[in-house]
Every structure is written in structure tokens, then in C-alpha cells.
Design a protein. Structure first.
Length: 131
């Protein structure tokens, strides 16, 4: 599938999409209820082989991060120090039980130190006068 690529290594997701969908950008293989064609046994084996290599690469990368960054006190101090830390307000929608609601609800604002700042918008700000 990737013979046409230049000498650079293929991106894992791109290769997978090319195998399954025929092309990496805007694959045209999905149909209601399934795919336009099943993958062959050879394609399945290629996906398995690549997936195992990608998992090993991920483990290798995490080990490098642990050995070089996390075991170096100076790097850890930089990461956990003030330069990468910003206190900020948080805002989201909640329902009447103060639980996250992704589509409707009251706006809740949380202060950087923890307490809630507000729960409700005035009626005049609500769409269509919802209460």
C-alpha cells in the first residue's frame, strides 16, 4: 500500500487507513452497517505486525522519557515548577444535581482555588427565556 511514499517513514494511522479504507484522506470504505469490503488475510497480518511494532515503539518512547526526563531532578523541577503551571477558572454546564451536562443546564464557574462562583445565568441571558 505504501510503495508510492517517499523514503520517509509512513505515519501509523495513515498506513492503517490506507489498508482498511483504500486511501488515508477521506476513506470511502464505510457503509451503513459495515465496510465496503473485508480486509484480506494478508492485510490483517500486516495490521497486526504494524500494531505490535507501534506498541513496542510506544513502550520504548515511554522508557526514554522515564530515563531521561523523569529520573533527572532538574527536568522534573522544570516541569512541576511555576513556569508550566497556570491557575485558571473552569467553566461547564451542570444539571439540577450539579452533574456534568454536555448539552443543557446551568453554567458553573469554578474559582482556581476551588469554590464555585456561579451556577445560574439570569433569565434574560437564557435562550428563548428558558428557566
Amino acid at each position: 500500500m505504501t510503495e508510492h511514499r517517499p523514503t520517509s517513514l509512513p505515519v501509523p494511522a495513515v498506513v492503517g487507513m490506507e489498508i482498511i479504507g483504500g486511501k488515508s484522506n477521506h476513506p470511502v470504505c464505510g457503509l451503513p452497517g459495515g465496510m465496503s469490503r473485508p480486509i484480506t488475510e494478508q492485510e490483517r497480518q500486516e495490521i497486526i505486525t504494524r500494531a505490535k511494532r507501534f506498541v513496542e515503539f510506544g513502550k520504548f518512547s515511554l522508557q526514554i522519557f522515564e530515563d531521561i526526563v523523569l529520573k533527572n531532578k532538574e527536568y522534573v523541577d522544570i516541569i512541576t515548577g511555576g513556569i508550566y503551571y497556570m491557575k485558571t477558572y473552569y467553566m461547564g454546564l451542570v444539571d439540577e444535581n450539579n452533574k456534568v451536562n454536555l448539552y443543557d443546564g446551568d453554567i458553573k464557574v469554578i474559582d482556581p482555588d476551588g469554590p464555585s462562583l456561579s451556577f445560574n445565568l439570569p433569565l434574560s441571558f437564557r435562550p428563548h427565556g428558558k428557566s
